[in-house]
Design a protein around this ligand. Structure first.
Ligand code: ADP
Ligand code: MG
Length: 508
């Protein structure tokens, strides 16, 4: 099948050519003819399958182009609004069509002006409802698209969407796209679509190759330290930590909150409203760490989760696949990190076999290793920062009493204190020990708890040889680190939050 088969107008064919599209993607091949025939449609396909063109091209083909807003596309987020709007603009501009992007957080007047001139608008639910309810705009689109419907449900926009439809004309063609079809979406579809056709593009459920899978062997009592250190080192954009039980979710949430992170817990007992609110905060970046049980995180689709942590390895392989699939979405790279105790190594081997995947064993970075990485980040940040006027004033004031080199040293010390790496120096087992344990796990079938656990505790000796660790650093840690742990005062630098965050964002 080619794009010629759709008999599009010349201007549209030109736009497709300009976009460099050679042939329709599967969802386009299936959906375009149905939309051209005027049917309502439910399209189910994963991200990146070309849904925008699947609805955009046939809608633009049918548009007249001289009667205000003819097409309305509703999308969950501002980013998507801009993305979809850009793509539709590309397809429509050869026909002289104008697009407007509508989302919250920007002034009304300019937005309304643009809407009044537009043929196509792409909007997020909140602002759109706002504009319609307050009578600031009146639109009569013949084409209405709900893009990423399941995501809108997850973000708690269901009520807004239902409300928006009360302002839309009865006489219209409605298209709904969604990667998954939860019950509430099906119910919504029955309400807003008229005898819809459906198009489903299935992608075989394989393990995502964009996810790096790592595991770390730690003693049972080291899990908290290990998680903290790894988060410190990996510097996740957003991460999800999976626990086995609600009780563990609650405990770990309090612990990580006390460490100064913005944490939200998600478990099965939560009410839908509360759950939606929490997920929304996570999507909007108000929460950095999501701590969840398997059940609670089912179907969770957040695009920019950089890391998934398994605080405990899940019991079954299916859960493992499901958990790690929360990262590496939408073509992004992701990392799945599993903490295991020595006697859980056999579970690793079993999951690898079941899933047909390989998990790589790594050693938890020492304080020094984390510190060096952070220092490096800090240096490049200093090199990249623009000097502000108030900073100049401050240095001028300081220079009355202190020489410039000392000032620099003082400032560097202050900043370094803020990024001080917490916790004991060495956490978890070293490479050689893990290797030996894996061998044992292969050979021994029976329970081996006590022996492997004991090995874990005596690991330091065998480890320092293999890994070039700084013994001095470890001593220093025993002195200072131990005190810091319980004092709490030092942690406050982290609780400030803002410094940590601005730094983190800047580094990425
Ligand atoms: P989805 O909405 O399904 O996530 P998009 O519509 O955003 O996917 O499309 C993903 C990318 O693929 C976009 O960059 C788009 O321009 C491109 N694309 C879409 N259809 C085609 C096609 N037929 N040929 C080549 N590239 C395409
Ligand atoms: Mg899309």
């Amino acid at each position: 099948m080619t794009f010629q088969d759709f008999n599009f107008k010349d201007t549209l064919n030109q736009a497709i050519d300009d976009a460099g599209f050679k042939e329709p993607s599967p969802v386009q091949a299936d959906a375009i003819p149905l939309i051209l025939e005027g049917h309502d449609l439910i399209g189910q396909a994963q991200t990146g399958t070309g849904k925008t063109a699947a609805f955009g091209l046939p809608i633009i083909q049918q548009m007249v182009g001289n009667k205000g807003v003819e097409a309305l596309v509703i999308v969950p987020t501002r980013e998507l609004a801009m993305q979809v709007s850009d793509e539709l603009f590309r397809f429509g501009k050869t026909a002289g069509l104008k697009t407007a992007t509508v989302y919250g957080g920007t002034p009304y007047n300019r937005q309304i002006e643009r809407i009044n001139q537009a043929n196509i608008i792409v909007a997020t639910p909140g602002r759109l409802q706002d504009l319609l309810k307050s009578n600031r705009i009146k639109i009569n689109p013949n084409f209405v698209v709900l893009d990423e419907a399941d995501e809108m449900l997850d973000m708690g926009f269901l009520d807004e969407i239902k409300n928006i439809f009360t302002y839309l004309p009865e006489e219209r063609q409605t298209l709904m796209f969604s990667a998954t079809m939860p019950k509430q979406i099906k119910i919504l579809a029955e309400k807003i679509l008229k005898s819809p056709k459906s198009v489903t593009i299935t992608k075989s459920e394989r393990t995502n190759t964009d996810i790096t899978q790592l595991f770390y062997v730690v003693a049972e009592y080291e899990r908290d330290d290990a998680l903290l250190r790894l988060i410190d080192y990996k510097n996740p954009n957003k991460c999800i930590v999976f626990c086995r039980m609600k009780k563990e979710v609650d405990r770990l949430s309090s612990y990580m909150t006390a460490q100064g992170f913005k944490v939200a817990a998600l478990h099965g007992d939560m009410e839908q409203k509360q759950r939606e609110h929490t997920i929304r905060s996570f999507k909007q970046g108000l929460v950095e760490i999501f701590i969840a049980t398997d059940v609670a995180a089912r179907g969770l689709d957040v695009n920019d989760v950089s890391h998934v942590f398994n605080y405990h390895i899940p019991f079954d392989s299916e859960s493992y696949v499901h958990r790690i699939g929360r990262t590496g979405r939408a073509g992004n790279k992701g990392e799945a990190i599993t903490l295991v105790s020595p006697n859980e190594l056999r579970t690793i081997k079993r999951i690898e076999k079941d899933v047909g995947t390989v998990m790589i064993s790594e050693v938890i970075p020492t304080r020094q290793e984390v510190q060096s990485r952070k220092d490096g980040d800090l240096l490049s940040k200093i090199a990249d920062t623009k000097i502000s006027a108030s900073a100049k004033d401050m240095v001028k004031t300081l220079q009355h009493d202190i020489d410039i080199v000392t000032i620099a040293h003082l400032l560097a010390t202050i900043v370094q204190e803020e990024i001080d790496v917490k916790g004991k120096d060495i956490i978890g087992l070293g490479t050689e020990e893990v290797k030996a344990l894996i061998e044992r796990a292969k050979n021994f079938k029976g329970g081996d708890r006590n022996r492997s656990g004991g090995r874990g505790r005596s690991r330091n000796r065998s480890r320092s040889g293999g890994r070039n660790r700084d013994r001095g650093g470890r001593e220093g840690d025993r002195r200072g680190g131990g005190d810091k742990r319980s004092s709490g005062g030092n942690r406050d630098s982290r609780n400030g939050g803002s410094s940590r965050n601005s730094r983190d964002r800047g580094n990425r």
